[in-house]
Every structure is written in structure tokens, then in C-alpha cells.
Design a protein around this ligand. Structure first.
Ligand SMILES: [Zn+2]
Length: 478
């Protein structure tokens, strides 16, 4: 029986419930004890963020991580395998990633280059020169531009350079033999992005080691650019960049799929997952986007196996890849598994950072099953409430892997995140590091995912299919 501790009315007619009552099912009691008191979630996260590090799609680090995760699921006792979705251009950040001013004084910068972009061939030293804005200006500066780092007056955004010079001006400046271009970010955050596609003639093709754009575009923090420009007002400034970006042959990309097989209805399932890939700009460990969600999925499987859970339906834990390039792994997954879509009760995706599982956005007809599922978790973690947010339009699209399932009307949740976190400081930036991950929040998240998945896997019915799925909502942060 479910006790409602709180029921709040929200502005748009949505209602929030915090069902809470201690577990009575002996298996749920074991799951909550294991998750709350014997957690391994930070062990997983340490390995992912520190031992493996940034895991960009197409990187050897991601490939290494996939093998590690496969071994983890295997050791727990899951039935696990890799599912190939594409070969993408290989790209690796070498260990040397340095940006600095060497004169008139020495100072290092925080910076990034996009994935699948050209680095320097060793340290490249050159004078800082402000970008010419007309061809005439550029011609007058030709001698100065040779070997120079050109400071762009345009700001760069997370997508790289937001504005570009006209092609004629750009080509002329390139022909002068510049070292590269330096952009400033909007603030102290340096975002990393990038794509492995580019346009050759009229065709969009994959970049290749032997065929890719040769521009060197570096983004430094706003404060670093301000410092360069302050000094330039007084005397010549020399910059040095050593950016060991390596191009590799195409690397096969996989989703990792681990099952705890259902005892009565193995074809029906509950999915718990998150993306395993991350951006990998200098400084970033991909800890919170999405090492945390991947660790929660691994810990979910571990809790269930450690407590010898025998769910009636299959509980499937999935680590998708290619998420940051546009949900590529999960889109391939739903196509490869299209015949299973009607048999999925729920998909729980954790991709909102290190917060605790603070809620599920759902339709009224899902409340009874989900109340039963979250009640014992709320009783065990009363200071980290896991709410049911009732909306008339199912789920809020956040641009993560659950979107791929919403298109098939599968109840797919992007877990709401609770806690005192400034996720903007972290997301896709040089600050995505484990020092900002909060262990107690992740303990709750994994316990919640395991208990909710088990409860739904054993429920009398699948969650009702929503008729209110929308797929055209504005996409948010992924
Ligand atoms: Zn993410």
C-alpha cells in the first residue's frame, strides 16, 4: 500500500506525488540494503572517469572502456554482448595538450579543440596577431601573418567558431601560412563538440586520416583571451600550442547490452541505461556526462545479481555509444530491436549529471505501478525524494537516448535530477571531472534504478503505452 507524503499542484496543472512506504517484498528489501549499504557505484565511476578517462565516440579509450564494461557485466553474471552500429573515424587526444603564452611572460591557458580536428605537429610557437577583417587589411599584414596565431574577434560557442570569415578572406589568410586561429569562449567554460562528417564538394562524407579539414582552431577561456589582449596593448605576445590530436583508421562502435533474464516472461523487459561515450576536451574525464549514468547502469546490474534477483521479466542494462553525436547508438538499437518495442515496459535513462533520481515525468495511467516502484526507495532515502510528476504529455524530451524509444511510444524516462549541483559548470566543459560527482546521490540513483526496474519487471502488467508522446519538442542538453 502506498502512502502519499506530499501532493503538490504545479502551475500547468501537473501534479507531483512523493509516494513513500517501506518495502515489504523481501527481494526489494535486499535490493535496497545492497544498493544503500554496499554500493560499488563510485568504484565503477573511478574506473570510467580516471582509469579510462574521456571516451569520445571513435576513440581508443571508448573501445577500451567497452571491453572493460563487458568484463564487468560478465563477472556479475549477466548475459552480455556488444552490438555493432557503425565504424566511425578514429580520433585520439594524445597525452600532450598544452596552450600557453611564452612571452612576455609564461602563462598556461584552459582550452579545447573539437573532436575530429587537426592538432599541431609538436609545439608551434608564433606571435599573436589580431585577425584582419578585410582582404586589403590582410594583404598589408601578410608578412606578420606568416607563422602567427591569429586571434579571432568572433567568439566561439560550444559548436566551435560561431562565425567565419568570408571564404575569400579565410583562404587568403591561410595562404599566408598562419599557425592557426585562436577563439575565445563566452566565459570561463570551454566547451567541446565536433563531428566526424564534413562536406567535400556537394557530398557529406566521413573524415579520414588522409582526408580531413586542416584548419587548426583552438578555443581558450574568455579570461585567457583577455589576458593576451591586455599584454598585446603593451608589447608583442608569443603563444605556443602543442596539441597532439591523432587521426586513426575507422573504429567499430558498439552498444553494450547486458541481460538479467526474466523467469516467466523473458521476452518482456525493463531497460536501464545511459550513454557511455563522452566528450574528451583537455581536462574533461567525462565523469558526469555520462560516467555517472553509466555507473548507475552497471551498479543496477550488480545490485540485482548480488541479491540473486530473479525478475519475471528481463531486466536489460544498456550502455549506448554515439549519443553525443546525435543518439546514434540508441537509434541503431531501436532499429535493430524494432520487434521488441511493444514488449518493453519502461526505459530508464540516467543522463542528467550526478544528481539523485529526483523523479519520473509520467502520465496519470502510469501512477499506480510507478507509485509501488518508487515508494520503498523514498522510505529508504527520505532526504532525496523521488517524485512522480504527472503530466498530460508524456515525458519531457531532453535529447538523450530515451528519445529514441519515445518515437515507438515506449514509456521512456529521462530521470529528473536532484541535489545541489551547478550542472552548467560541468556539462561538455573542461570541468566534467569526478571531483564534482556526489557519491551519496549516485548511491540513491543506482538503488532507485535497481528497485524500480525490479518492481516493474515483476508487476502484473507492462506500463500503459502512452498516447501522448511527442517527438518534436525542443531538444535540450544531452
Ligand atoms: Zn549526456
Amino acid at each position: 500500500m502506498t502512502i502519499l507524503l506530499a501532493a503538490l499542484l504545479f502551475a500547468q496543472g501537473s501534479q507531483t506525488l512523493i509516494p513513500s512506504s517501506p518495502a515489504t517484498d523481501p527481494q526489494i528489501i535486499k535490493i535496497i540494503d545492497e544498493g544503500k549499504n554496499h554500493s560499488h557505484v563510485m568504484d565503477f565511476l573511478h574506473h570510467i572517469a580516471i582509469d579510462i578517462g574521456g571516451r569520445s565516440t571513435g576513440s581508443p579509450e571508448l573501445a577500451k572502456g567497452e571491453q572493460w564494461a563487458l568484463a564487468q557485466f560478465n563477472r556479475m553474471g549477466c548475459d552480455v554482448h556488444l552490438e555493432h552500429w557503425e565504424d566511425v573515424p578514429g580520433f585520439q587526444r594524445g597525452p600532450v595538450q598544452v596552450a600557453k603564452m611564452v612571452g612576455p611572460l609564461e602563462a598556461t591557458f584552459q582550452f579545447s579543440t573539437n573532436v575530429w580536428t587537426q592538432g599541431t605537429n609538436g609545439p608551434v610557437r608564433g606571435q599573436a596577431v589580431v585577425d584582419p577583417t578585410t582582404i586589403e587589411q590582410a594583404k598589408a599584414m601578410a608578412a606578420q601573418l606568416k607563422g602567427a596565431w591569429v586571434l579571432m574577434s568572433y567568439k566561439s560557442s560550444m559548436g566551435g567558431a560561431r562565425d567565419r570569415d568570408a571564404k575569400e578572406l579565410k583562404d587568403y589568410v591561410d595562404s599566408c601560412g598562419i599557425a592557426g586561429r585562436v577563439y575565445a569562449s563566452n566565459n570561463d567554460l570551454v566547451h567541446t563538440h565536433g563531428t566526424y562528417k564534413w562536406k567535400v564538394g556537394d557530398q557529406v562524407v566521413n573524415k579520414r586520416p588522409e582526408s580531413h579539414p586542416m584548419d587548426i582552431d583552438v578555443t581558450v577561456r574568455r579570461s585567457d583571451m583577455d589576458r593576451i589582449q591586455r599584454w598585446m596593448g603593451q608589447e608583442p605576445v608569443t603563444l605556443e600550442f602543442n596539441i597532439q590530436n591523432r587521426w586513426l583508421a575507422p573504429i567499430p562502435q558498439y552498444n553494450i547490452v547486458a541481460d538479467i533474464k526474466g523467469t516467466e516472461k523473458p521476452d518482456e523487459m525493463v531497460i536501464v541505461g545511459g550513454h557511455f561515450d563522452s566528450w574528451n576536451g583537455p581536462g574533461s574525464e567525462g565523469a558526469n556526462d555520462n560516467g555517472t549514468g553509466a555507473s548507475v547502469a552497471l551498479e543496477t546490474a550488480r545490485i540485482l545479481e548480488a541479491t540473486h534477483a530473479k525478475p519475471k521479466r528481463t531486466i536489460r542494462c544498456i550502455l549506448w555509444t554515439g549519443e553525443e553525436q546525435g543518439l546514434l547508438g540508441s537509434q541503431a538499437y531501436v532499429k535493430q530491436h524494432v520487434n521488441e518495442m511493444d514488449k518493453i515496459s519502461a526505459v530508464i535513462v540516467d543522463d542528467g549529471g550526478t544528481g539523485w533520481h529526483a523523479g519520473y515525468s509520467l502520465t496519470q495511467d502510469m501512477v499506480p505501478l510507478m507509485s509501488d516502484a518508487v515508494s520503498p526507495v523514498n522510505a529508504a532515502f527520505p532526504d532525496m525524494p523521488d517524485k512522480l510528476v504527472i503530466t498530460n504529455r508524456f515525458s519531457q524530451e531532453m535529447g538523450s537516448d530515451h528519445d529514441s524509444f519515445l518515437r515507438y511510444a515506449v514509456p521512456a524516462f529521462f530521470t529528473l535530477e536532484g541535489g545541489n549541483i551547478d550542472y552548467n559548470w560541468i556539462w561538455h566543459s573542461q570541468n566534467d571531472r569526478i571531483e564534482y560527482s556526489v557519491p551519496k546521490y549516485l548511491v540513491q540513483s543506482a538503488t532507485d534504478a535497481a528497485a524500480v526496474a525490479y518492481s516493474l519487471a515483476n508487476a502484473d502488467t507492462l506500463l500503459p503505452r502512452t498516447r501522448n508522446v511527442t517527438s518534436d519538442a525542443a531538444r535540450g542538453k544531452s
